[in-house]
Design a protein around this ligand. Structure first.
Ligand code: HEC
Length: 99
């Protein structure tokens, strides 16, 4: 009986991870994408590693804080009002990576 429960938990854990992977793309499309896909208002462009490098040097914690509080013309929360810190981090990593 215990084995069955463990198997169920393992399956649930695996599907939670893949669901989160899908979510990040979806979250990106309906929030950060609006400005970062095209570099609107001087936003570092998604996939432009050279534009993201000086930002990444500030450290992930600072960047997540800047997303939550807003940063110059970047609006607070970047249009994702229910994103968690972990999701902001994943979104930043997605945009800073070569596409
Ligand atoms: C309405 C447009 C807009 C949206 C939507 C937006 N951004 Fe931005 N973002 C900007 C602009 C413009 C800048 C550049 C600000 C500057 O450097 O003056 C920026 C900068 C940033 C930076 C760099 C901050 C720093 O300290 O250098 C990060 C990280 C970032 N955005 C993450 C995100 C994330 C994550 C999302 C989605 C949840 C998002 N942005 C959505 C416009 C936007």
């Amino acid at each position: 009986m215990k084995k069955v429960l463990l198997a169920v938990l393992a399956v649930a854990a695996v599907s939670a991870v893949s669901a989160q992977d899908r979510d990040i793309q979806a979250l990106y499309k309906k929030s950060c994408y609006a400005c970062h896909a095209f570099g609107a208002n001087g936003a570092p462009k998604t996939g432009a590693v050279d534009q993201w490098a000086p930002r990444m040097e500030k450290g992930m914690e600072t960047l997540v804080t800047h997303v939550k509080d807003g940063f110059n013309t970047m609006p607070p929360k970047g249009l994702c009002f229910d994103c968690s810190d972990a999701e902001y981090k994943a979104l930043i990593e997605l945009m800073a990576a070569p596409q």
